[in-house]
Ligand binder design. Structure first.
Ligand code: 13P
Length: 368
C-alpha cells in the first residue's frame, strides 16, 4: 500500500507489510498495528505515538520524528536515518540521551584501547643535517614541545649527529634514536655501528628494516630479524619498518607481504621483548612521494598487523604494541591518521625536518 501526500489522523489495528508512507502528515497515534518492513519517507511524524506496533525492519528516512514516542514496539532491524529526533523517546528513554551515551562509550572504548599503548611520534631524519643544523633544529623543537606529556617524541638522526642530538635534548622530553645498527656485537664490519655502541652513548631507539635500507642496501627480513635481536639485547627499542611495494598492493597481496614481514622480522623474539618494539607501517609507495595512504588504508593495515601479532602472541600482547604509520605524513594529514584506532603515532621523514610541522604532528597525536 502506498500513501503519498496524505494527512492521516488514525492508524489502528492495521496490518500492512508493505506500507509506504511518503511526504504525508501523521498527526496520530499508531496502535497495535503490523508495520513490518514499512517505509516512512520524508514524513511528518512530529509527536506521533507508536504503541505496541510490530515495526520490524521498518525504515524511517528524513522524517520529522521530534516528540514522537515508541512504546512497547518491536523495532528489530528497524532503521532511522537522517531524521529529526529532538524530544523523541523509545519506551520513555530520550533518543538523544541514548545517542550521547553511545557516542561517549564508543569514544571511551576507542581511547581505552589506545590508552593501553604509548603514542610515539618519531622523526626519521634520513641522510640530512650537519651537526650545527641538527642542534639548531632540536633547540627550536624542544621549546615548542616542552609541554607535551602524553606522546613519546623521538628524533632518529644520522650516526654523526647522535652525540650532538643527545646533548641538545638532555633533560627534555625528546628521546634520541639511530637509523640502523649492525647485528654483530663487534668485529670486521667496516662502516657498521653495533647496537652496543649506540646504547653506550645513551641512544634509546633504532630504526630497523626501513624500506630504503631494504631497497638500496640489500637488507632482508633475515638481517632485520638479526638486527632486531641485537638491538633488544643491547637494551635499545627497535622501530621495525614493514610495508608493501605499490606493485604488491596492486596485486592485492598487501596482507600476505605484511604478514610475512612480521613473522620473519620477529621470528624467535619472545613476547616480553616484542613489547619493547615499535612497528612502523610504511607503505613503500607513500614514502617521500607526497602520496599518503588514506587514513582508512593506514588503519586497515595497522589493524591487520595487530591481528597478525594477536595470532602469534595473543591479544593482550598485540594490544600493547605501538604501531605507527609512516609515509608522507605531514602537518595537514596527521590528525586524521592518528585518530584511527590502530594508528598509534607516526614515523615521519620530510616533515620531521621542520620544527613547526613536526610539532603540529606531535600535537595531533596528543589529541588522537
Ligand atoms: P616521508 O615522511 O618523507 O614520506 O618519509 C617517511 C619515512 O620513510 C619515515 O621513515
Amino acid at each position: 500500500m502506498n500513501i503519498i501526500n496524505e494527512k492521516i489522523s488514525l492508524i489502528s489495528e492495521c496490518s500492512s507489510e508493505d506500507l509506504r508512507i511518503e511526504r504525508s502528515r501523521l498527526c496520530c497515534d499508531i496502535e497495535e498495528s503490523t508495520l513490518e518492513g514499512s517505509a516512512f519517507i520524508r514524513t511528518q511524524l512530529k509527536g506521533a505515538g507508536f504503541v505496541e506496533n510490530d515495526i520490524r525492519g521498518a525504515g524511517f528516512l528524513q522524517c520529522d520524528l521530534s516528540g514522537a514516542s515508541l512504546e512497547k514496539c518491536d523495532l528489530t532491524g528497524a532503521a532511522i536515518v537522517n531524521c529529526r529526533l529532538d524530544g523523541m523517546t523509545i519506551d520513555g528513554v530520550s533518543v538523544h540521551e541514548m545517542m550521547d551515551f553511545y557516542k561517549n562509550n564508543h569514544k571511551e572504548n576507542k581511547t581505552m584501547n589506545k590508552a593501553t599503548r604509548k603514542a610515539i611520534i618519531a622523526g626519521n631524519w634520513k641522510m640530512n643535517k650537519t651537526r650545527p643544523e641538527a642542534k639548531a633544529l632540536l633547540d627550536e623543537l624542544k621549546g615548542m614541545v616542552a609541554d607535551v606529556k602524553s606522546v613519546e617524541i623521538v628524533a632518529c638522526v644520522p650516526f654523526t649527529n647522535l652525540e650532538t642530538a643527545l646533548a641538545a635534548t638532555e633533560g627534555t622530553n625528546i628521546r634520541i634514536g639511530a637509523e640502523n645498527c649492525h647485528f654483530e656485537k663487534s668485529g670486521a664490519f667496516t662502516g657498521e655501528i653495533s647496537a652496543d655502541m649506540l646504547a653506550e652513548m645513551g641512544v634509546e631507539y633504532v630504526v630497523l628494516g626501513h624500506s630504503e635500507r631494504r631497497q638500496y642496501f640489500a637488507e632482508t627480513d633475515e638481517t632485520v630479524n638479526k638486527r632486531t635481536k641485537a638491538a633488544l639485547a643491547a637494551g635499545l627499542k627497535p622501530i621495525v619498518c614493514v610495508g608493501e611495494l605499490l606493485w604488491e598492493r596492486e596485486c592485492n597481496i598487501t596482507e600476505e607481504v605484511i604478514a610475512r614481514q612480521i613473522k620473519l622480522d620477529f621470528f624467535g623474539i619472545e613476547a616480553d621483548d616484542l613489547k619493547k618494539c615499535v612497528i612502523a607501517y610504511e607503505p613503500v609507495w607513500a614514502i617521500g612521494t607526497g602520496k599518503t595512504a588514506t587514513a582508512d588504508q593506514a588503519e586497515e593495515v595497522c589493524a591487520f598487523i595487530r591481528a597478525t601479532l594477536a595470532k602469534l602472541y595473543g591479544a593482550d600482547v598485540a594490544e600493547a604494541i605501538t604501531i605507527q604509520y609512516g609515509g608522507s605524513m605531514n602537518a595537514a594529514n596527521a590528525a586524521e591518521l592518528v585518530s584511527k584506532k590502530n594508528v598509534d603515532g607516526g614515523l615521519i621523514g620530510g616533515a620531521s625536518l621542520k620544527a613547526a610541522d613536526f610539532t603540529t604532528i606531535i600535537k595531533a597525536a596528543e589529541n588522537g
